[in-house]
Design a protein around this ligand. Sequence first.
Ligand code: UFG
Length: 332
Amino acid sequence: MILVTGGAGYIGSHLVMELLKQGKDVIVFDSLELGHIETIETLRQYGNLKFIKGNLKNIDDIRGAFMLNKDIEAVVHFAAYSQVAESVKNPQKYYYNNVYGTLNLLNAMLEFGVKKIVFSSTAATYGEPVYTPIDEKHPQNPINPYGTTKLIIEKIMDDYDKAYGLKSVRLRYFNVAGANSDGKIGEWHEPETHLIPNVLKASSFKSFKMFGTNYDTADGTCVRDYINVEDLADAHVKALEYLKNGGDTNYFNLGTKTGNSVKEVFAACESVKGTSIPLEICPRREGDPAELVADNTKAREVLGWTPKNDLKYSIKTAYEWENNLKKLQNMV
Ligand code: UFG
């Protein structure tokens, strides 16, 4: 049995769906502060899913999950706050939730003898790129509290391995995109800050705001590495297999090694929608590096992982999901 924290959220729910499709037993532990009960209800249709509503900040909530489920082999830990700008304004919220919450999880794991964890880390742990594409040897100097929380957790995991033999795989995501292939689950943030959903949500009432067109890039807009969410879920499945087969503590970049500019993403969204999208050019958003592209060689070689879906496919599935989300939101 696999315990997934944050399994009612965007990326976590895609892993849960994949594990259920493979016939695995899954427990989702989620506070539902950012995750959605509707997502859990959808996931239940795919297999044997237990749901525990709990908060990692309360150690007894997570201890209870292990106490009631003695057959947990491994944990995949998604639950976190992840908005960069909010973390700058309110670092207390981020350190308390992300770091303290993870400590409670790790301590409960030790108490119940569970010693394998796959952790959602981020490209934000690298900070301002010194070279590109970014491999795992790139220095880690986060430039915001969100990235710092994830780096602190990576360091805690190293120490917990040395002292207690807790094995971790840290997956450093670049820009996650898309929705599941049948449009049943997808990105559902309130408020939405990410590029693709914001372009797709734009209408004549609310134009899309493009933040900065004077960067030192080919077309002046920021370049990012958009990794499809189902490909990302597959990397987690492979990371779980790696740990199950006795793999040592490790860390991997998850991206495609291809960069796309904001203007390119915008044009691809227009092509998928088949209409022009109202656009407003705005000043730069604070803290956006010009270019973030992953060197994914290590994940390919060690995990045997290959991303399969391109940006256009991610946008197509995101668009199908946006249409389903409107229906869901009307029902809530
Ligand atoms: N952008 C816009 N308008 C919008 C939203 C985004 O122009 O409405 C631009 C941003 O300025 C940026 C690009 O689109 O240039 C991508 O922005 P996102 O907010 O979609 O993604 P980020 O690259 O800022 O952040 C992502 C994750 C973070 C993570 C970071 C690591 O969302 O959690 O990558 O690099 F920390």
